[in-house]
Write a protein that binds this ligand. Structure first.
Ligand code: AHG
Ligand code: MN
Ligand code: MN
Length: 336
């Protein structure tokens, strides 16, 4: 059976677009190459851990940090040379990363979380790279960060690489959500999950329930809804929480379910939860939307939020449509 590579797939999708110039294909190809390099390093770290070459917690701790930094460096190095970006933004960089003088630039804006879930890496748990792409108008002023910040609905592409049992790429340009698995023997991502649709009602809820005492009443009511039997399914949902957003999201995308990282009162200086709007919530919200699901902060559709800061945090409820709607309904009822 002929296998479709991700490059062929991107080219086929781009052919349908009258705006296609090859620049977007170039951007994705560079991103894919960076992810292959990160995947190689992440896999080695797992091997070292499994075989106990170092054994010491401290060394493993350092390695985790190195991998976070490594992933960030690889992505910036490759992407700033791609010739198609006007700027980059990373979870690991406080400020915008500008294209160095003398390098060609373009009008795509790339935002990424280089290694999501990296605190898990010493336990060989799945981690990933999440990305979000915007196409800005010619001549946009990159000195003014505010001019670059757009609603998630304006993304032209979003997705993630998951470094798991196998390495996967899941992406959408708004024409379906497609999953590819890296075949290490040929070094290519091959189409393995065409046109992913997430179930309308899930069977899993994913939340860090240790924070129950710090949640507000509507959040507790929403979680109680999934734990109990008085729900649309008529039976309890299963609870699954890896602690790697990208891995929790991916499982729920395939099986159906809802992931929540709501506001909690542990740290009142963080009134908007933990996750970041631009590099975590928006790209995954774009993916879930095109797979038939939904994402909300409890009041607004995530994709409709106008960002005001690069590292803005947001409460996140994301997954199967009916489950997310139910949570939003509970929040609404409590607002009165
Ligand atoms: P990152 O590793 O990029 O900093 O993100 C960590 C995030 C996310 O992956 C995960 O869902 C969440 O942290 C887990 O937080 P808790 O340990 O508070 O549940
Ligand atoms: Mn993250
Ligand atoms: Mn990260």
């Amino acid at each position: 059976m002929p296998q479709i590579t991700v490059t062929e797939h991107v080219l086929m999708q781009q052919k349908e677009s009258p705006m296609a110039s090859g620049r977007f294909t170039r951007l994705l190809n560079e991103l894919i190459l960076a992810a292959k390099i990160i995947s190689r390093e992440v896999n080695k770290a797992g091997l070292v851990d499994v075989l106990g070459f170092t054994g010491e917690v401290n060394v493993q701790g350092e390695q985790v940090q190195k991998l976070d930094e490594y992933a960030n460096k690889i992505l910036i190095h490759r992407m700033e040379r791609s010739g198609v970006l006007c700027a980059l933004a990373s979870e690991e960089n406080a400020d915008l990363v500008r294209i160095p003088c003398g390098f060609p630039s373009g009008n795509y804006f790339l935002i990424f979380d280089p290694l999501d879930g990296s605190s898990n890496i010493d336990a060989n748990v799945n981690v990933g790279t999440i990305f979000s792409i915007y196409k800005l108008e010619e001549g946009v002023n990159t000195d003014n960060v505010g001019e670059l910040l757009r609603k998630g609905a304006e993304q032209v592409c979003a997705g993630y690489f998951l470094y798991g049992t196998s390495t996967m790429l899941v992406y959408t340009t708004g024409k379906g959500v497609h999953g590819f698995t890296l075949d290490p023997s040929v070094g290519e991502f091959l189409l393995s999950h065409p046109d992913i649709k997430t179930p309308e009602i899930g069977r899993v809820y994913s939340v860090n329930e240790a924070y129950w005492n710090y949640w507000d009443e509507p959040t507790r009511e929403a979680v109680a809804y999934f734990k109990g039997t008085d729900n649309e399914r008529g039976k309890s949902y299963s609870q699954r929480y890896i602690g790697s957003l990208v891995a929790d999201f991916h499982r729920n995308l395939l099986y159906g379910g809802v992931f929540m990282y709501p506001y909690d009162s542990r740290d009142p200086s963080k009134p908007h939860g933990k996750l970041r709007l631009l590099c975590e919530a928006n790209p995954l919200a774009f993916v879930i939307k095109h797979a038939g699901g939904l994402a909300t902060d409890g009041v607004n559709d995530i994709l409709d939020i106008q960002p005001t800061e690069l590292h803005q945090r947001v409460p996140l409820v994301i997954g199967s449509k009916r489950d997310v709607e139910k949570v939003a309904e509970i929040y609404k009822k409590h607002r009165g």
